[in-house]
Design a protein around this ligand. Structure first.
Ligand code: CTP
Length: 406
């Protein structure tokens, strides 16, 4: 995800410091090159040695100690692709807002021209204090991204629950991804994505469904958000959290997915059908749990709406992207779906290929275009594949708009 990207993590003195050790690991797992710097107060919670051991690089604290004969805060200010300050305490935020450079971290902040992502964590009283609010408003007005802290149990038993916790790692990671992604080629374009499986109820305790995890659709939503799109994600029940900061609608049945997708149809935008929609549902829902009394048992099924097929009438200038999961004759079946559903492109994969299919983080696909072109995409991470798919959809949309003189 962050292959080769240089991330400088600035650590302040708050109880959430212990979570930053794991955040560093998480960023490394996503192939980032991570370095850290600490405020003197941070060292009262965790030793620099912890961060040095995790990153294999110095974790400097002292503004006046030079490293490799360079002025430390200038070297640190120019080295990274992004500076992430976490946990950002109320005091450090106040110093940032007022240009006070009295330690290595605040001096680096003032000196850097790189993107800075500020991730506050503090007790609720400090977070809600007007001084903190004003400082954050000032920083935001200058273009800095200040992430909202999460709600939940505070470190102090006395406080109970409130706003001020460090956001989940996935939320932090997605903010870093969106900040690092410079090419906003879907800026202000509406992108609606269906994702995951649907559940078709048989009785109060049983349903028909499939193995789709939602990972591909969620990766598309994450990538589209990073590219500046206005994203709506319509997804079925999943075990993973949808990306933060986008419009996300959870539905259960294919009919509900159809209604939500239609209501959020992207005009002059991009519609992506990444969901594995159940093609059939039980003809009748039984209010009572079905019993196994009979010797033989069958459930009559009726057809569900085909979301992409039904919405093709609305298509006008929007680009429609479909997926096809095929175990044999992939190209022939995909070509049929491309034509029948009036798609602009279709992404086809075979779940039997190594690294492709449900519940994994990678996929190996071919992309077929309405003009007959076929691209063979090698095995890649679902997020990077999403970037490929969205780039292609955006090119088609731009060409259509240019042809129309928009
Ligand atoms: N799709 C949809 N609504 C449905 C079924 C499928 O929008 N009721 C979309 C999927 O999200 C996908 C594409 O259509 O983008 C192809 O889905 P797939 O299940 O492979 O194809 P089907 O048309 O259902 O054909 P089959 O199951 O017979 O292969």
């Amino acid at each position: 995800m962050f292959s080769g990207k240089k991330i400088l993590v600035g650590v302040c003195g708050g109880i959430a410091v212990y979570k930053i050790c794991e955040l560093v690991r998480e960023l490394q797992r996503k192939n980032a090159i991570v370095r850290t710097m600490l405020t003197p107060d941070a060292t009262r919670f965790v030793s620099p040695l912890t961060f040095e051991s995790l990153t294999g690089a110095p974790a400097p604290v002292d503004l006046f100690q030079s490293y490799k004969n360079e002025i430390e805060h200038i070297e640190l200010a120019t080295w990274p692709d992004i500076v992430v300050v976490a946990p950002a305490t109320a005091t450090t935020i106040a110093k940032f807002a007022h240009g006070i450079a009295d330690n290595l971290l605040t001096a680096t902040f003032l000196a850097t021209r790189k993107n800075v992502l500020i991730i506050p964590a503090m007790n609720t009283g400090m977070w809600e204090n007007p001084a903190t609010k004003d400082n954050i408003a000032l920083l935001r007005s200058r273009g800095y991204t200040v992430v909202e802290p999460a709600y939940g149990r505070m470190a102090s038993q006395r406080e109970g629950v409130g706003v001020g916790r460090l956001p989940e790692y996935a939320v932090i990671v997605s903010h870093i991804f969106r900040n690092l992604w410079e090419n906003k080629f879907l800026a202000d374009v509406s992108v609606t994505i269906t994702a995951g499986c649907t559940r078709e109820k048989i009785d109060p305790v049983r349903f028909i469904s499939n193995y789709a995890s939602g990972k591909m659709g969620f990766a598309l939503a994450e990538a589209a958000a990073a590219m500046g799109a206005d994203v709506t994600l319509v997804h079925g029940p999943t075990h993973i959290d949808p990306p933060s900061g986008i419009k996300s609608l959870q539905v259960e049945s294919a009919e509900a997915m159809f209604a939500a997708t239609k209501a959020n149809y992207p005009l002059n935008g991009v519609l992506i059908g990444a969901a594995a929609v159940s093609d059939f549902r039980p003809a009748k829902f039984s209010n009572r749990k079905l019993k196994k009394d009979e010797a033989e048992f069958s459930i009559p099924l009726v057809k569900n709406p085909d979301i992409l097929f039904e919405l093709k009438a609305l298509k006008k200038k929007s680009v429609h992207v479909g997926f096809a999961l095929e175990t044999n004759d992939e190209i022939a079946y995909a070509k049929n779906k491309l034509k029948n559903k009036d798609l602009d492109l279709i992404v086809v994969n075979n779940p039997q290929d190594a690294g492709a299919g449900f519940s994994v983080d990678t996929n190996k696909v071919k992309i077929l275009f309405a003009n007959g072109e076929i691209i063979d995409v090698p095995l890649m991470n679902k997020l990077l594949l999403s970037v490929e798919i969205l780039k292609n959809a955006s090119t088609i949309l731009k060409n259509q708009n240019a042809a129309d003189g928009r």
